[in-house]
Design a protein around this ligand. Sequence first.
Ligand code: MG
Length: 390
Amino acid sequence: MRIADVRVRFFRYRPPNPLVSSVGSRRVRLLCLVEVASTSGLVGVGESWVNFPSWVAAERHATVVEGVAPLLVGHDATDVVDTHHRLKATLAPVGRQSGITGAVSQALSGVDLALWDLLARERDVPVYRMLGGGRSRVPVYASGLGPQLDEEIVRAQMARGIRAFKIKVGFDPVEDYTQVARLRHMVGEDARIMVDANQGWRTPAEALQAIKRLEPLQLDWVEEPLPCDDWEGMARVAAQSPVPISAGENLYGREAFAWWAHRGAFTIAQPDVTKVGGFTEAWAIAQMMPAYGLAWAPHFLGGAVGLAATCHLFALAPGGIAVELDSNPNALREEVVEPPFPTQVEAGCIMLPDAPGWGITLREDWLAAHEVAWHEAWQEADRSAAQGPR
Ligand SMILES: [Mg+2]
């Protein structure tokens, strides 16, 4: 089985309300699917992160079409791990030289996911079982809450049996406390609460002051208190914080995770299969973290394909806390697939099916109706992203 073709496609969804974090707000959500077709007629599907800002569609299209596809077509489609390392060795220097390390890694992620899906489909087995995984129940936590708490969304997640919640902070300190306190009051003392600052505090002193203010609300972790390139500051915060520190959604490659882990810059690692270099890379990171005495919790905030792959990763690697599940309505996650996997949650868990590949069935009619060209996505980009925090 050889690789016959590589395609990259974009799909657009406009949520009812803009999504707000300390980085900015977005009114358009995109899904980037990478499809790898084999000479045997099968197609594997992967997802590449294009969540924010939406003008990255232009870069992603160019990187996959010009940078990645020529390295794949005609090659063996079954040697996924070797292909991953070959692509990484070729493209990582290009990314460093041109200042797009993360973007190259995100493009590689989409291809890597598609290759695993393709191989498992060819063997007619789920990815996680093909690689030796046995767990089929995947616990999830509800993320994407705040900064203004929507109680209806929280109640809907509680009705699905979810007992862990993550809310945005990094805005006005008094308002941060008020919103987290509202959440604690709603979900009760036994539920788990995490907060995500999205790199919103500027110095270790500011971050530690904010964390200590929120600590009485019993937090399981504080996510990205400082800019993701400040590992020294993160190490100082992690050493002094009364609450565990998590990070990793903006780190690229296992080497970066090893660097941070070795220096104590986080206590919970958060690789994202659609960003970090794909399933191959995230699996290596998840397996590595226990050796440092660290936990991991996969980051994810995209569409159905990436969510399914994240669940497969969780089923394979030990030491995971729970899979991140965006609480906000997103047709790119919920309507793009035939239900129930991966959108159905029961007793706080997603169940992995026995279907081959990622185990999902994409709705071709839905895809056709929502597809946009890369330059259409770019023209409709959420320009508030360039305006900084709200
Ligand atoms: Mg986050």
